[in-house]
Design a protein around this ligand. Sequence first.
Ligand SMILES: Cc1cc2nc3c(=O)[nH]c(=O)nc-3n(C[C@H](O)[C@H](O)[C@H](O)COP(=O)(O)OP(=O)(O)OC[C@H]3O[C@@H](n4cnc5c(N)ncnc54)[C@H](O)[C@@H]3O)c2cc1C
Length: 499
Amino acid sequence: MVDVVIAGAGPVGLFLAGELALGGCSVLVLERDPAPASPLKALPLGLRGLNAGSVEAFYRRGMLDRLLTASGARAGAQEQARPRDVSHFAGMRLDAADIDPAALAYRLPGPVSDGIMTSLDAVGTVLAERADALGVRIVRGAAVEAVTQDGDTVLVRAGGRDHRARWLVGCDGGRSTVRRLAGFDFAGTEPLLTGYAAHVTFDDPTQLALGFTLTPTGMYLRTPFEGHLGMMDFDGGAFDRSQPLTREHLQSVLRRVSGTDATIGEVRLATSFTDRAMQATTYRRGRVLLAGDAAHIHSPLGGQGLNLGIGDAVNLGWKLAATITGTAPENLLDTYTAERHPVGAAILDWSRSQVATMHPGPHAPALRRLVHDLLATRDGTTHVFRHTAGLSHRYDLGDDQPLVGTTAPDFRFRDGTRLGELLRDGQGVVLDFTAGQRLRDAATAWQGLRHAAGPVDDDLGFGALLVRPDGVVAWAGDHDCGAGDFGRAARRWFGEPAT
Ligand SMILES: Cc1cc2nc3c(=O)[nH]c(=O)nc-3n(C[C@H](O)[C@H](O)[C@H](O)COP(=O)(O)OP(=O)(O)OC[C@H]3O[C@@H](n4cnc5c(N)ncnc54)[C@H](O)[C@@H]3O)c2cc1C
């Protein structure tokens, strides 16, 4: 028997597998596809944007340099100046010059300043390497086909074999079998559009503008990768996606949504999607949990799905590991749905609001003018930037201090050690800038907590912080803070002290 079976070796399943292994659990990943490589994961169709929140997650587990190398990005590229166009809302670009630095007051300079462009291939390779190094077993060609919960275990049938585990996590994508078999409700809104991502040749590429182009009939996107085309066709989701994507079909959609007579020569690869926006009403049923696309689906507009899924994995990993190893306080695992469901719901709404803003017809242009005006303001641009960068959400941990519930600033101690490095082994961290004996005695009472004391380059006015293994600030104290406040917070997240 293993502690956890994960269904699906996609990016979310693999990230979670590493987190659980780091937390001391035995993990078996069952993956339907026989081989990790697929043309859909390679560039250009496998192109994915990771936002600052996700890049931070790789950095905090010591995987950022490897990811940059695997992505073909130069090491240190993160420290370059932010590009002028940082993101978009419904194809309307944000200008980095309009972002208000005061709204990022708790961000400290460090290796993670921005998001990166990568590929599903690169992300999968780096995460599989880590999982492997941590002793995770990955079985490919084993699709989960039956799930039975009985008492304290789950029986999982995959590829004709039975596997018993204490917990099962469905990371098996948008059409999740685990979600269906375990009886999760999946609720939301039906599609307004069919989208396409394709790698093609054009007779004359100059007929199509580079970047996002919104037209009276839809949207198309031409990226700098030669022949990489995205399209959104507002057909009410009517296209039957089980049929093959022919050149003739893509051609007719392209002409309709672009309003040009652009001609596609050859279709090298093509896939379709919709803006169906659905979310599991809870992420846990008994001993079965969901993460990533298995828990929520929406349009790829603004590139949020993978970022959302990585956030799920980082949030769930240490909580489930602590539950399994017996160090978790009561109800710690319940905070997974409580914290992540609202984040997912907000992303679904973000996706819906972009689709509504782009919809052909008489009403959306009025909405677009309004959004355009808002994006012309500093507050508007900053608001949208914080959201797309994955920096806007704050978990409600019942504390008014604005830093509590957000991702921790990357404090740098005078000896050069950064918080991001202290989080590498997946333990919680007590940052003690006062270096007082009282807090030291209290902090070392918890075995799973690392105590780091001393002056930092910039303490942002804090005396001490408690940072969870997922990098979220659980408590923040001033320079006169007492050990009592710290102890209450530590008990809430890390259970009773060992000494
Ligand atoms: C065109 C496009 C562009 C996108 N761009 C971005 C972007 O820029 N940024 C971003 O954040 N997101 C983006 N996304 C979304 C992102 O790709 C997904 O949200 C992400 O891949 C989800 O990861 P996952 O691990 O949850 O699921 P998946 O990647 O779907 O992985 C699920 C895994 O489970 C396996 N599986 C399925 N069924 C079973 C079974 N029964 N048993 C065992 N294994 C099974 C599958 O083979 C697969 O390996 C984009 C999506 C599309 C379509």
